[in-house]
Design a binder for this molecule. Structure first.
Ligand SMILES: [Zn+2]
Length: 469
């Protein structure tokens, strides 16, 4: 076995497993996996973790994040999607050196772990050079997080293209796959993020989908995000007719998807992920959880960019939940109907961030539920914190969705390894603080020297109501 056995005792356990449900009891971890869950488990040689006053949940799964943007925290606070494309994709992307990517990836992954996120789908679309790619993977690996690292085929605009054409990038990704990713059992898996259709050609995108499949890599793709002057119809006109959708595809945003396109998604077996905060802010509309669920899809959720919002996935799940409820109520309110009950139970939002997320990133056989045989990726939340006082101990999943936040994350295990314990990350943050301050300064100065983000500062014109004129 070689590794410590752990016995986590007397926790309130929200397994998210249909058979096991919620229970009070123990979790036995052995050889990086959950061996048993139940009351009064015996394991004399195991290290015991007293989890009285703790709620155990599966590690959260963030299915859409651009981790490299950790060095640009909050810069997009007042931006729309077009501002973002201009300011981040065009102006900021080229400012990153490989060492900046490494620092940002490591800091971003540690932020996630600190907040109870144990798996991430990282949409890595600032790969200016091969070194940027190596460093992006290294940063994730060093943190201990589990990830589907999706290599972006896009060429960051304004950057020197070190890969030649799509074929050059494919050759490099093939080399990277051989050298860094082997088999399907690793903690970090390789995925592919094809270029966005509005920024490329359909032929190039098709080539990239076919390449990913050759490599056996899953695909994640920004699709039908915003109208750009007309309905995007990316599924109706390109992905559908070209036969590119399939169960290995995770589609992102999808806010402007029409009914026929939604049906095509369902038929293909593809998964979907929504990012409530950026979608609500940036002009992409309401997250599509309601639409997707009505068709039997099981949506996942992502925090998207910490260049905008925090990496707190509890908040994103809650925001998606309440946005969906508000959306369901709105037409009824307009008819002066009295609203009874809510359209979706709170517990459902925890499924979006656990079981559904695991399905969406192709890891349902190992994460997303606490059950024997699953990887020991789990989180203990402090239910004795002052902000948790007054909870009766009932309906733990509802309680977690409505009240939890990263400050309550007491313990985080990934693959049976402690990455946070007693409320503190195990990693030494001091050297990283120094490196991130250098990186943030370098990136900010480089952007400034090149003329800034190119996004109008609209704050000067705000009237008293806080509206832009
Ligand atoms: Zn995105």
């Amino acid at each position: 076995m070689g590794e410590q056995r752990l016995l986590i005792t007397d926790a309130v356990i929200v397994t998210m497993d249909e058979t096991l449900g919620d229970l009070e009891g123990d979790i036995l971890v052995e050889d990086r996996r959950i061996r048993a869950i139940g009351r009064g488990l015996a394991a004399e040689d195991a290290v015991r973790i007293d989890a009285r006053g703790r709620i155990a949940i599966p590690g959260l799964i963030d299915c859409h994040r651009h981790v490299w943007q950790t060095a640009l925290r909050s810069v997009t606070a007042n931006w729309s999607l077009m501002d973002y494309v201009r300011g981040i994709r065009t102006a900021a992307g080229p400012a990153f050196r490989p060492e900046d990517i490494h620092a940002a990836q490591l800091a971003g992954a540690l932020e996630m772990l600190n907040a109870g996120v144990t798996t991430v789908v990282d949409y890595s679309h600032d790969l200016l050079t091969p070194d940027h790619a190596w460093e992006a993977v290294r940063g994730l690996e060093e943190s201990g997080i589990r990830a589907l690292w999706c290599a972006g085929f896009n060429t960051p605009p304004g950057s020197e293209n070190r890969f030649g054409d799509t074929t050059g990038k494919a050759t490099f990704f093939r080399e990277l796959a051989r050298a860094r990713f082997s088999g399907t059992g690793g903690r970090i898996l390789l995925g592919i993020a094809p270029e966005e259709l509005p920024l490329s050609t359909a032929d190039a995108v098709e080539q990239q989908y076919r390449f990913a499949r050759e490599l056996g890599a899953r695909i994640t793709h920004h699709v039908n995000s915003a109208p750009f002057g007309r309905p995007p119809l990316e599924i109706a006109e390109e992905l559908g007719p070209r036969g590119l959708l399939g169960p290995d595809v995770l589609l992102v945003h999808m806010n402007c998807t029409n009914d026929d396109e939604w049906r095509a998604v369902v038929e293909s077996g593809a998964s979907v992920v929504f990012t409530p905060e950026t979608e609500l802010q940036m002009g992409m509309g309401f997250p599509s959880t309601r639409r997707a669920r009505s068709l039997g899809l099981r949506p996942a959720i992502g925090a998207d960019i910490v260049s905008n919002n925090s990496g707190d996935l509890f908040f994103q799940l809650r925001l998606a939940l309440q946005a969906e409820r508000a959306q369901a109520n709105e037409p009824r309110l307009r008819e002066s109907e009295i609203i009874e009950g809510t359209s979706v139970p709170a517990r459902q939002a925890l499924a979006w961030g656990t079981v559904h997320g695991a399905e969406a990133c192709g890891m349902a056989d190992r994460v997303g539920r606490l059950a024997p045989g699953m990887a020991a990726d789990l989180v203990l939340l402090d239910a004795e914190d002052v902000g948790m006082l007054g909870w009766s101990g009932r309906d733990a999943a509802d309680h977690v969705v409505l009240q939890a936040h990263p400050g309550l994350v007491d313990t985080v295990l990934v693959d049976g390894r402690f990455l946070k314990r007693d409320g503190r990350l195990v990693a030494d943050l001091e050297p990283l603080r120094q490196r991130m301050s250098e990186t943030t300064e370098h990136v900010a100065r480089t952007i400034e020297a090149a003329g800034g983000f190119g996004v109008a500062d609209r704050s000067a014109g705000w009237d008293e109501a806080g509206e832009t004129p």
